[in-house]
Design a protein around this ligand. Structure first.
Ligand code: CTP
Ligand code: MG
Length: 180
């Protein structure tokens, strides 16, 4: 396996591919709120299961807007040779993985005794991507080979920077209390 830097074209394709996950991760910040998915219940350790930051509305809007975004992108761009319907299902899987990963991150944070909104590098910034990719590969295993491990590494790094950037923007627009 040689180490080839991905071309600009392939980076563009990766960003088109992953964009629904970014939307699914951001939509709850704007549209979330209301009943938490853990129904405000505690885990065995007497701490919240997920906490007030993971809500049904956030989950629903993330899933919906992430999938719609993928459908819209699907009409304009190629994503690893997939058909329109496949690209839309892929966007749904990416969005679903994002939200599950995000909730799993909160689950871990609560077990560590971190409060809602407290910072956790892994749980806040990377877990959603790992889950999004895993869900995508579960749906289309061939994508793993097309994306390549170098591609995934590049995507992780790009996502770290974009996550930081978008959260700074959300913070300065007063959508988020903290810039992470
Ligand atoms: N949000 C939501 N539903 C989700 C995910 C997020 O309503 N499934 C909203 C919440 O208002 C949340 C905000 O988006 O406060 C920011 O999301 P995130 O940073 O993931 O949550 P935190 O509040 O930081 O909570 P945690 O410590 O559990 O990550
Ligand atoms: Mg957070």
């Amino acid at each position: 396996m040689g180490l080839n830097a991905p071309s600009l074209q392939s980076i563009f394709q990766m960003l088109v591919f992953i964009f629904p996950a970014y939307v699914a991760n951001s939509a709850p910040v704007v549209f979330g709120g209301g009943l938490p998915i853990d129904f405000r219940k505690n885990f065995f350790d007497k701490k919240r299961i997920f906490g007030d930051g993971k809500t049904f509305r956030g989950f629903a809007f993330g899933l919906l807007l992430g999938t719609i975004t993928g459908g819209v992108l699907a009409s304009f761009f190629d994503v690893y040779g997939l058909a329109f319907g496949e690209k839309t299902i892929l966007a749904f899987m990416l969005s679903f993985g994002t939200l599950v990963g995000d909730a799993f991150g909160s689950f871990i944070k609560r077990r560590q005794g971190l409060k809602r909104g407290e910072r956790s590098f892994l749980a806040d910034q990377l877990l959603f991507l790992v889950f999004a990719l895993s869900f995508a590969f579960a749906y289309k295993p061939a994508l793993l080979a097309q994306l390549t491990w170098e591609g995934i590494a590049v995507l992780l790094v790009i996502t770290l920077f974009l996550h930081k950037f978008f959260n700074e923007v959300a913070h300065s627009l007063q959508l988020k209390k903290v810039p992470w």
